[in-house]
Write a protein that binds this ligand. Structure first.
Ligand code: PRP
Length: 213
């Protein structure tokens, strides 16, 4: 995949709007880049850093790997959960020390999850259809994967799904909706991802990002 941001003096990074934004901005500040406005509140979608050299694109988490794979952004910061779901062809040179969470199967506390494998069909509400499908396939459980855009806990409490596959960070959302973790799939944290061509063409800048403490 060629880098379409071919301007060697301009480095473009895609950042996810939402929970990852504040720690990602702290991390960029440690790399020496700051912004005149509060990006968590701004409606601007393309913002140059005060120091020049770097411009950030503010996109939905699911879109970060797409912008990086296609080379519109040279790099991006995205959760491993989203990256794994996207299967984007990008370099993943380092994990970052924020955005820690777990991908889990969760459901009603009264359900015997181990007995789900004897059911003819399990309905699964999720924002991660690929991860969920693969997981239940590997376990030999026939699953109807219901792809949702958010508030997935509601799918169980409202009766749309038997379980959810979703991330748990503090556990508050599960608790407030009366659900429990049935199974842990994998741990996730934020990742720095880099376009494959940019990794070669802009190695100095990439090295600078890799060196951030
Ligand atoms: C995510 C996730 C859970 C919640 C977990 O949703 O899908 O619902 O956070 O966090 P917690 O364990 O700290 O409660 P998000 O806030 O991204 O919103 P969404 O429901 O719109 O997807």
């Amino acid at each position: 995949m060629t880098a379409r941001n071919d301007n060697l003096d301009a480095f473009i990074m895609a950042l996810a709007k939402g929970k990852l934004m504040p720690p990602a901005l702290d991390w960029l500040a440690r790399a020496g880049f700051t912004f005149t406005e509060n990006l968590s509140q701004s409606r601007k979608l393309m913002v140059p850093a005060r120091e020049g050299e770097l411009t950030v694109l503010l996109v939905k988490p699911d879109d970060v790997p797409i912008y990086v794979e296609y080379g519109i952004a040279d790099a991006g910061i995205v959760g491993y959960d989203v990256l794994r779901e996207s299967e984007a062809d990008v370099f993943q040179p380092r994990a970052l020390d924020f955005g820690q969470c777990k991908m889990v199967v969760a459901g009603k506390p009264e359900d015997d999850y181990q007995a789900f494998r004897f059911r003819s069909l399990v309905r699964v509400g999720t924002k991660y259809p690929r991860i969920a499908r693969e997981h239940f396939q590997n376990r030999g459980i026939q699953a109807d994967i219901i792809a949702l855009r958010g508030s997935v806990e509601l799918s169980v409490t409202a009766g749309l799904a038997d379980v959810i596959v979703d991330i748990v960070e503090t556990g508050t959302t599960l608790k407030q909706n009366g659900l429990v973790v049935h199974e842990e799939l994998f741990a996730s944290s934020a990742r720095l991802i880099v376009n494959k061509a940019s990794h070669k063409l802009k190695l100095n800048f990439v090295d600078r990002l890799l060196g951030v403490e």
